[in-house]
Design a protein around this ligand. Sequence first.
Ligand code: GDP
Ligand code: ZN
Length: 458
Amino acid sequence: MDTDTIAAISTPVGEGAIAIVRLSGPEALPLASDVFEGKSLKKVDSHTIHYGKIIDPVTKEFAEEVMVSVMRAPKTFTREDIVEINCHGGLVSVNRVLEIMLAKGARLAEPGEFTKRAFLNGRIDLSQAEAVMDLIRAKTDKAMNVALKQMDGRLSKLIQTLRQELLETVAHVEVNIDYPEYDDVEEMSHTLMEEKTKEVGEEIEKLLEVAAQGKILREGLATAIIGRPNVGKSSLMNTLVQENKAIVTEVPGTTRDIIEEYVNVRGVPLRLVDTAGIRETEDIVERIGVDRSRQVLKESDLILFVLNYNEPLSEEDKKLFEAVQGLEYIVIINKTDLEQKLDLEEVRAFAEGKPVVTTSLIEEQGVDQLEQAIANTFFSGEVDAGDLTYVSNVRHIQLLKQAKQALDDAREAIELGMPMDIVQIDVTRSWEFMGEIIGDTASDSLIDQLFSQFCLGK
Ligand code: GDP
Ligand code: ZN
């Protein structure tokens, strides 16, 4: 526990009529009385206020005209001796007084350190602690907003929020531990910890899912174009490639090189893999049957299923519908420039709510709609590549997994009935892992971090 004497300006910085320098700690009274010309502060009653002058200890000159409040421990905000020096002047005079106190040996308080002492010295009871938590929340929301503006990316934002949740939970439980005389405290702590670790763990899980999308963006969606012969699969392929500047990569394989064509459709990269019959699968069902073709199709992230507007739905088409059932696919009804022989209602009925787009590839019609449908299918049309790439960082994913694991450990400890301080070690670890992601490598302890979020001098 801190035992030195801290000092800070505890009134808002600005042109107030009165500004206060507050001292807290065992040396508060001796330090103040050394520079105070007036009554002996060491002898006055507690909770009294005294007029006098501050004398500069170096020059021995008059510095400020002040009113000094003396509050002795333990009935003070921090439960330590507190001296408040009320200065009449503005910023200059209050700063001079603060400098004098620091020169005398007081230490400049860290942000929130007075409240931290109040908290750690047990000045705040359980119900008040609730209010403090609310205050912390309000303050930190503000502090967070400012900090967040300086950071970019949604990940930082999310990580900050999750860390904050853990921080508050630990602080909350800390209060509970300090008040073992209250009934149910142990149980409350357990419940709270259990809830929060679960909640935050689930959020991390979601982030990891987003990370999987980030991976898709890096590696491309394995895409299969399927349909009966002659419906326009090769034409679709060519259109996508021409419209979207294909990137052809060669991936060295064990038996032979796999040629991938990589096209970027509105931020969604499609990887058209020419292997295992995925790309041109016109006779896939005929060749290997519905079950096997389903297995093959399941390996693709997206299926572009082409039908012919100029022909009625055939048995083969229906088998293909069967093969893609429950998978991610888009129906493309091609050749709309020709006479309609396909029943669109029938197609929609088979398509189980999946997007159905009509095109005439020869006349370059409907390609925009198709591209939009591809984008919508994957990111609900909301997420763009920029938002996702940040989680594709391998280091981030690793740290997220570790943070999640630490929370799982915490919950296991809770289930095993471990003491709260053991549980807190895991929670703190999770907090630290997430801190590494956003580059917050502050060696401060969790509890220091909590209180540093208060305003200076409070
Ligand atoms: P695939 O066998 O499914 O790969 O079909 P292709 O892309 O090779 O196309 C088969 C034939 O249909 C070719 O002669 C294309 O020019 C033609 N075709 C493709 N799209 C259209 C279209 O929208 N309208 C018309 N009328 N013909 C098309
Ligand atoms: Zn073809």
